[in-house]
Design a protein around this ligand. Structure first.
Ligand code: HEM
Length: 188
């Protein structure tokens, strides 16, 4: 890892820090339909620094950990970790994540400099099992019983606020299910 000082995290810069959100809504699959779970969470983003691949690709890397608790009982019901990576040369944002269901995602997207109406940075990444570049890896059990087939994630950050909306497409209980999560967070 290179020195993080003087280095430019590009569109990931504003992520670094600790964020708290109390208005999350999770839509999750149940055998007989849908479960809606209001939640609160803490997401911590830490600067890792620069990484060089094959002496040719320079990435700037941010590590994160997301701990999500169900409002009804305060129990942790989603625990996620991974990295956000910025390749300035190709203007690509990458998001790797792993969840303790034996599912991993490497999502990616082009950063176009997009901002929302409030001037916040908009990051858009996606992955799919049949995509050539950005893929999903899962255990044999999950592949056969609760397969993640696609993932899209839009994260908007700036002005000490962070919002995200993500959709995980699942093949579960004999049907296709749109598992969604969204929240608005503020810098702690
Ligand atoms: C804030 C984010 C998330 C929350 C709060 C959340 C919550 C949940 C909940 C409550 C269930 C139902 C569990 C059950 O019925 O026992 C579920 C299922 C599932 N989630 Fe998530 N999830 C989140 C994000 C994700 C992401 C990012 C992925 C993968 C990319 C994912 C993959 C799955 C899978 C594969 C299942 C099916 C397993 C099952 O229902 O037995 N989830 N999630």
């Amino acid at each position: 890892m290179n020195d993080t000082q003087q280095e430019d995290f590009g569109p990931l810069t504003d992520l670094i820090g600790v964020w708290k959100g109390k208005d999350g809504v999770d839509i999750a699959p149940e055998p007989d339909g849908t479960e809606t779970n209001p939640y609160f969470e803490t997401i911590t983003f830490e600067a890792v620094g620069g990484v060089t691949n094959a002496e040719a690709q320079d990435l700037m890397v941010v590590f994160y950990r997301q701990i999500v608790r169900r409002k009804s009982d305060n129990d942790v019901f989603h625990d996620e970790t991974g990295y956000w990576m910025w390749d300035a040369k190709s203007q690509t944002v990458m998001h790797s994540l792993t969840i303790p269901r034996a599912v991993c995602v490497l999502a990616g997207g082009q950063y176009t400099g997009k901002k929302d109406a409030d001037g916040r940075t908009v990051l858009e990444v996606s992955a799919a099992i049949d995509d050539d570049n950005w893929k999903i890896v899962q255990s044999p059990f999950m592949r056969d019983n609760a397969s993640t087939t696609a993932f899209t994630h839009t994260l908007t950050v700036g002005n000490d606020t962070l919002s995200y909306a993500e959709t995980t497409m699942l093949e579960i209980y004999g049907k296709t299910f749109e598992h969604t999560d969204a929240n608005d967070l503020v810098r702690a």
